[in-house]
Design a protein around this ligand. Structure first.
Ligand SMILES: NC(=O)c1ccc[n+]([C@@H]2O[C@H](COP(=O)([O-])OP(=O)(O)OC[C@H]3O[C@@H](n4cnc5c(N)ncnc54)[C@H](OP(=O)(O)O)[C@@H]3O)[C@@H](O)[C@H]2O)c1
Length: 273
């Protein structure tokens, strides 16, 4: 049995869909109920802040897909899941981490909380796979309101390039790692196929949506929360400016482009959430 945490989220919801399509048994975990389409006996309501609920979530589970989005940058949610998983005899954890975790930028560590969680999982003796994607194409959905209002989108990363990844590819790689032991002990940086600046991405969005997209440079990174400023500063300095072959190697097909992701989500930009 596979436990999918973050099951109502961007990546987790695609993992649930793929496992359903493949007929692989799983249990989805979240605090909110899952939207329709998943059998009720395949879902557990649990909260990383509630150890008893985590114990119920991992009971009888062999492999966990671990997605944590703590309200502040801390490995606590990962560690709580790890404690419950070890007690329940879980064999393997596939963790959704982030590109650059552990890199140094201006005296601080990028993704320090993801790194601490990765290290605890590695030290636990459980089998593991770490997925370290770059920025998700879907982050542009956060900007639906300014896009519809014609307001500028904040460009935090200047002219640096990133190979924005389609979260559906991240989910597909996760399913590959969850359903095969061939990826145990591997750490994969997951990128899209093409290096793009934020203005490049805005231009693609503008072309597909056929509406003007304005951007405004944000220089004052010190106004961001410190952990976020470290990661953004690292990316802005070109830290994430590379393409890897992991998505095509693991999936046996090219990684999805940013443009294709926008085309597939045109409708989502038609109205505010
Ligand atoms: N966005 C990016 O560009 C990017 C890039 C690289 C890495 N990442 C990493 O990807 C992860 C986020 O993945 P995502 O975008 O798929 O997540 P997401 O869309 O933000 O969804 C978060 C999920 O976590 C669940 N959740 C939140 N708090 C919870 C709690 N206390 N207990 C139980 N479940 C909880 C939410 O479900 P309920 O609210 O229903 O409980 C939801 O299913 C983060 O670790 C992030 O660092 C993101």
């Amino acid at each position: 049995m596979i436990l999918v945490t973050g099951a109502t989220g961007t990546v987790g919801s695609h993992v649930v869909r793929l496992l359903t399509d493949q007929g692989v048994p799983f249990r989805a975990m979240s605090r909110r109920e899952l939207p329709g389409g998943v059998r009720a006996d395949s879902w557990v309501r649990a909260d990383f802040d509630d150890p008893a609920s985590l114990a119920r979530a991992v009971a009888g589970v062999d492999t966990v897909f671990l997605v944590s989005v703590p309200p502040v940058p801390t490995p606590d949610h990962d560690l709580a899941l790890l404690t419950a998983a070890r007690a329940a005899g879980v064999r393997k954890i596939v963790k959704l981490s982030a590109i650059g975790s552990g890199e140094r930028f201006e005296g601080s560590t990028v993704g320090a909380w993801h790194l601490a969680a990765e290290e605890a999982i590695e030290a636990s003796g459980l089998a593991w796979t770490m997925l370290r994607p770059t920025s998700f194409a879907s982050n542009f959905l956060w900007h639906r309101t300014p896009i519809l209002a014609g307001d500028p989108l904040p460009n935090l990363t200047g002219d640096s390039q990133q190979a924005v990844v389609d979260p559906r590819d991240v989910a597909a790689v996760a399913v590959t790692a969850l359903t095969s032991d061939g990826h145990n002990g591997h750490r994969y940086d997951l990128t899209g196929p093409q290096l793009l600046t934020f203005p490049d991405q805005a231009a693609i969005l503008e072309g597909v949506l056929e509406r003007p997209i304005k951007i405004a440079d944000v220089h004052a990174l010190d106004q961001l929360p410190p952990a976020m400023a470290t990661g953004v500063g690292w990316a802005r300095a070109g830290g994430a400016s590379y393409v890897t072959a992991h998505v095509p190697q693991l999936l046996g097909r090219p990684a999805g482009t940013f443009e294709q992701w926008v085309r597939d989500h045109r409708e989502a930009f038609a109205a505010t959430p």
